[in-house]
Design a protein around this ligand. Structure first.
Ligand code: UD1
Ligand code: CA
Length: 470
């Protein structure tokens, strides 16, 4: 009778209201490190190579399902199903709703949508303890266990879980609690779920009652105790959400520092996505990294930078207060480039090696070749800028005519003076010079000086008007 199977189906409970969040947003959609709590759980579960995920929704079901579908609907390596629980009659009742969609062979792993920091390694060892045939409970010792289900043992053997509200005074002394995570053979789960009753202090169908049915059946129940409370902490309030956010960020900071990254202060550092660093990267205080960011060897990031979806090559320096947001197109910064302070790089900014972008310079959907410079107060949009171009202070590309965007091409070694307007589409020939204050509407030839402004006029002996006496 081989019921053993490698196949794991995950049930994630996400129907609860989350009253204590005091928010219109369903609890499991609140963000931690830029991802919804439920996304964290699903990401971790999908890393286990599971067969399917069943998300139990209730409060804000449509919203929750939309977020999951957007993020995982196209996933090919597991089936995603939603089951609605309406009304919510307890955790056992929640899992009962999933019964029709769970295949009989294999193991069911039950997770909570509001426990975001559970790690794959912990779940793998729980599944190992389950071994396709046992009921494995994830437990933890809590300094203050009030509110939780207590693990009742006789000797070492687990006998039952008793909910706090149903527990005797003596049982309430027990510090080992059920974390809300269990793994068990699906056939047995279904059998025991069918036996649940709600004759308890809360009038709910408790999932935790499956333990006593398992024991009555002579099945083996194992408790895997974790020492890592952060992994099993749930989010019920904004305070707990912020605590877990800090715990998560400190873990990411520690990992990076262990790889050699120098963080000025790990407590003032946030990664909301994935940050990959080569050797000898240093990051000053109050920086936020979002999406996918990679930093090459020796890259230095100044204080108070926000950097999203960007690749920054070796030796580049990003000075304080720089905002980089690559969105979908991305931003790339070449080797040895100098960016900021107060620079803004937007999607499609492709900066070559040794490029300089200074204060209050905005670059969008533009490429700048090696050694090009825009050091002060400038806008480059939809532009192709050649090597060694110097783009003067206060100059801009007028890339938008009110309806369409147009290209500006600036060939190598062009010198654009200060306060110029380049009205696109327009091409500036190589090595040309554009006089300061010019509004350039036509292509300029290579090697020439082009000036497009009123000629200076001088009126000798000019008398200023006299002040009128009243
Ligand atoms: C549950 C456990 C308790 C454990 C604790 C760990 C039960 C009966 N008790 O308690 O032993 O120590 O978790 O945090 O299981 N949910 C639904 N539908 C429902 C009820 C709940 O989807 O009808 C979801 C909630 O949204 C939440 C999860 O299930 O994500 C747990 O529910 P919650 O009310 O927090 O369970 P507790 O009573 O705290
Ligand atoms: Ca809870």
């Amino acid at each position: 009778m081989s019921r053993k199977s490698e196949s794991v189906d995950v049930v994630i409970m996400a129907a609860g209201k989350g009253t204590r969040m005091k928010s219109k947003l369903p609890k499991v959609l609140h963000l931690l490190a830029g991802r919804a709590l439920l996304e964290h759980v699903m990401d971790t579960a999908s890393g286990l190579g599971v067969h399917s995920m069943v998300v139990i929704t209730g409060h804000g079901a449509a919203e929750v399902e939309a977020v999951c579908t957007h993020r995982f609907g196209a996933a090919t390596h597991f089936d995603l199903t939603f089951v609605r629980q309406e009304p919510q009659l307890g955790t056992g009742h929640a899992v009962q709703q999933a019964v029709p969609v769970l295949p009989d062979n294999g193991v069911t792993l039950i997770l909570n949508g509001d426990v975001p920091l559970i790690e794959a390694a912990t779940l793998r060892s729980l599944l190992q303890e389950c071994a396709g045939e046992r009921l494995a409970l994830l437990t933890v010792d809590m300094p203050d266990p009030s509110g939780y289900g207590r693990i009742l043992r006789v000797g070492d053997a687990v006998q039952a879980i008793v909910e706090h509200k149903d527990a005797t005074q003596a049982q309430r002394e027990i510090r080992e609690i059920y974390t809300g995570v269990m793994a068990l053979p699906t056939v047995q789960l279904k059998k025991w779920l069918a036996l649940l009753r709600n004759d308890n202090s809360q009038g709910e169908f408790y999932l935790t009652d499956v333990v006593k049915f398992a024991v009555a059946d002579g099945a083996t129940v194992v408790a895997c105790k974790t020492a890592d409370k952060v992994q099993v902490d749930g989010v019920n309030s904004p305070v707990q959400l912020a605590e877990l956010e800090r715990a998560y960020q400190m873990r990411q900071a520690t990992k990076l520092m262990e790889q050699g990254v120098r963080l000025a202060d790990p407590a003032r550092f946030d990664v909301r996505g994935e940050l990959v660093c080569a050797q000898d990267v240093s990051i000053d205080v109050n920086c936020i990294f979002e999406g996918r960011v990679s930093l090459g060897e020796g890259v230095r990031i100044g204080a108070n930078c926000v950097i999203a979806n960007a690749n920054i090559a070796a030796g580049a320096m990003v000075h304080p207060f720089t905002h980089i947001d690559g969105e979908v197109l991305g931003v790339s910064i070449g080797e040895g480039a100098l960016i900021g302070p107060f620079a803004r790089l937007r999607p499609g900014a492709e900066l070559g090696a040794e490029v300089h972008i200074g204060n209050f310079v905005e670059v969008k959907n533009s490429s700048l070749a090696r050694g090009a410079k825009a050091n002060h107060l400038a806008y480059l949009g939809d532009a192709i800028v050649g090597e060694r171009v110097n783009f003067g202070a206060g100059s801009i590309t007028a890339n938008y005519d009110g309806s369409n965007k147009h290209r500006t091409v600036i060939a190598a070694d062009v010198h654009v003076g200060s306060n110029c307007v380049l009205v696109a589409p327009v091409t500036l020939g190589a090595g040309g010079t554009i006089g300061g204050g010019s509004t350039i509407t036509r292509d300029t030839p290579a090697g020439a000086l082009s000036v497009a402004r009123a000629k200076q006029v001088t009126i000798a002996n000019w008398q200023r008007p006299k002040k009128i006496k009243r």
